[in-house]
Design a protein around this ligand. Structure first.
Ligand SMILES: [Zn+2]
Length: 117
């Protein structure tokens, strides 16, 4: 289950991102961007996240995951398109000189802090 390692990294980044001048910060929602090729299983990630964030500012925070489609770009004819499987040949010029431009990212887009009275 590689989600544990991913969750640990995300938690570290999220904790570092919380402004230090906030007293008893509580994170409400964490917006994530995850590429479809990153092969992250959402419920595994949520599960790991819940374990790691116990007793931190992230405890009970909700994960809002935006799954990013896999897009590739052909360096020969400059077309970009979305792929759903591991087909990495350009359908426009039939060249093989393609590069992936999205699909493997695992990023935190933003954190929403809970309003504290
Ligand atoms: Zn092409």
């Amino acid at each position: 289950m590689h989600e544990m390692g991913i969750a640990e990294q995300l938690v570290q980044i999220a904790l570092d991102a919380i402004p230090k001048d906030i007293k008893n910060p509580k994170v409400d929602i964490i917006h994530l961007k995850i590429g479809k090729l990153a092969s992250v299983v959402e419920h595994s990630l949520t599960f790991c996240f819940e374990i790691i964030t116990k007793d931190t500012a992230l405890e009970n925070a909700r994960l809002e995951i935006d799954f990013v489609p896999v897009r590739v770009h052909c360096k020969s004819c400059d077309h970009s398109w979305e792929v759903t499987g591991p087909v990495f040949q350009c359908p426009f010029c039939k060249d093989g000189d393609v590069e992936m431009i999205s699909g493997r990212e695992i990023e935190i887009i933003s954190l929403e802090l809970e309003e504290t009275p």
